[in-house]
Design a protein around this ligand. Sequence first.
Ligand SMILES: Nc1ncnc2c1ncn2[C@@H]1O[C@H](COP(=O)(O)OP(=O)(O)OP(=O)(O)O)[C@@H](O)[C@H]1O
Length: 211
Amino acid sequence: MALISVRGLAVSRGGRRAVEGVDFDLAAGEALILRGPNGIGKTTLLRTVAGLQPATEGSIQADPDAIAYAAHADGLKGALSVAENLRFWREVFGGPAIDRAVAAMNLSDLVSRPAAMLSAGQKRRLGLARLLVTGRPVWVLDEPTVSLDAGSVALFADAVRAHLAQGGAALMATHIELGLPEARVLDLGPFCADARRPAARAPASFDEAFG
Ligand SMILES: Nc1ncnc2c1ncn2[C@@H]1O[C@H](COP(=O)(O)OP(=O)(O)OP(=O)(O)O)[C@@H](O)[C@H]1O
């Protein structure tokens, strides 16, 4: 059974339709990568699936309590240490102990350091470790590997693979090659609202050259 089922989905940002007519299912053990050029609507689609904004059209079947959403921003508390941040999130979500998350994202040497004193890549590793302490099955991730070095991208791919093996699922927008050949790819290009309705931008009766 699908954990997320999307049919005929259109999403908008700033009053403009971004993509429309999007269909996909995501089942336990599956990963789906959204691709498309800057501005096509990947973030908008992920925010809509995560329940942070309404769909313009179409349907999304998913349990909002099953989704852990990680946006561009890491959402860390700068004054709290790495361990305190993870314990905070664990208590909010009621997920598993933090040890596995610390090890999975190579944070063992940093557990006592305030999050404000981490590098950009270390902050990102902590932001991703947060997913593991939510205990939620569906990860919805927006550019999860920004700031990560090659070794950390590989760690992240391992964490996703382990999550899938445990019956989880992942929906991700990324421009880079994650090293997850088992993931399906959905190119949003054909679903760009402007490209599908060129007449809406340039009516046939309008003579652009002499208007
Ligand atoms: N705050 C905003 N207000 C109005 N429109 C916005 C805002 N942020 C983004 N947009 C517009 O919404 C559209 C979709 O943006 P979105 O961030 O979803 O694209 P994206 O595919 O995630 O892009 P990127 O690859 O650059 O992250 C774009 O055309 C963008 O210009």
